[in-house]
Design a binder for this molecule. Sequence first.
Ligand code: 5AD
Ligand code: SF4
Length: 429
Amino acid sequence: MKTYYVWPLGCQTNKSDGERVATVLERLGYHRVHDESNANVIAVIACAIRQSAVDRIYGKFRQWEQRQQAGDLTTILTGCVLPHDKQKLTPKFDLVFDIEDLPRLPLLLAQTTVEETVNLRDKMEYFDIEPLHNSAFRAWVPIAKGCDKFCTYCAVPYTRGRERSRPSTDIITEVKKYIERGYKDIHLLGQNVNSYGLDKPGQELRFAELLTAVAQLEGDFWIRFHAPHPRDFTADVIAAIANYPKLCKQINLPAQSGNNQLLRRMNRPYTREKYLALIDAIKAGIPNVSLSTDIIVGFCGETDEQFQDSKTLMEYVKYDMAFIAQYSVRPGTVAARRFTDDVPVAEKKQREQTLTAVLKRTFQENQLPRLGQTHRVLVEKYSKDHWLGRNEHQVTIEFQAPADAPLVGTFQNIKLNSVEPFRFVGIIQ
Ligand code: 5AD
Ligand code: SF4
């Protein structure tokens, strides 16, 4: 039996791409295994956002080398890879391909391993390949690819190319299909979801219209999206989220920094004041909204004073979640060429810890008034000795029920009894 293992690093887009790679490998007759040491094909969906993700791939080579030489293993690489890393990684892999070429993977593999090819059209759009979902209740739906924003620290514009919106008819058809199959948690994906349609003015729906279209579909499900950019976050998006119960009242709005000089150096086209005005508008327009953010600490030249602006921004907004990252130089980006990565690692670490402490505090403050409420929870799994699910705000909720109860992928009402850092403990009603 021929076997494969898909290893997606990084974000949801890579997980989604990995599910499409799995489909193609299954069509080629490979069977999925959950332990990479049993796989004949390992497909790496790489992430270029931080050096640590790239290093994890380098860390595997020793393990794979012997098996590759013995002819037991074919390794393939796709996803986000910077030109700088592509040069170094290519000789170590049997096959490196651009994810857009996924429909051609059978042919590419045939050239390297003399496997049979399957009947996939060469020119097919890779989004048309149906993903093999890892979950029975959560589905990723890409709505756009690429990014044109060129934040100076970021690898994505160099690995994923220009922004292109997927036809809304395809998106709506795909969402509908998943809802009919019982999927409950639909995530619309793109590097800048709220620029959706702007690359095809007059010919495509705008993001708020797309949200409205999927929120009006029949069925019992939730819709979320990742990730918006503060620049194109328009009032009609806020109104849509407020008006349609199926659109989760949960928004990740990356701030990246709370300091105007840093924002300019990052090429983020807004000020702290504009960002906070948008936050105020979201809070006013969407009662009970849950906010999260992405923040980078220790970007080139960030002084302690400038860092304090990120801290006070977080204290003002009171996020429920924050993805706090220490700045990591990405070769080939504007920041790598023009600025110096001059904040010491120990200082970056300290700043990350400081912001994590703020987040813990604001999470707790936000959740305490919710104790005693009953929340609708989408149940995910039984783990060790309890069940885990998430509410509309994507906060984890732990509760007790028999381990063999058929709860995975169902909505349950859970009364919230206590709160710990980043999770509630509750009782099923
Ligand atoms: N270093 C650290 N964090 C980064 N991100 C993007 N590029 C870098 C980098 N070079 C973070 C940003 C972005 C998230 C996906 O990753 O916060 O929003
Ligand atoms: Fe990277 Fe900025 Fe594009 Fe987000 S908006 S993917 S941080 S360049």
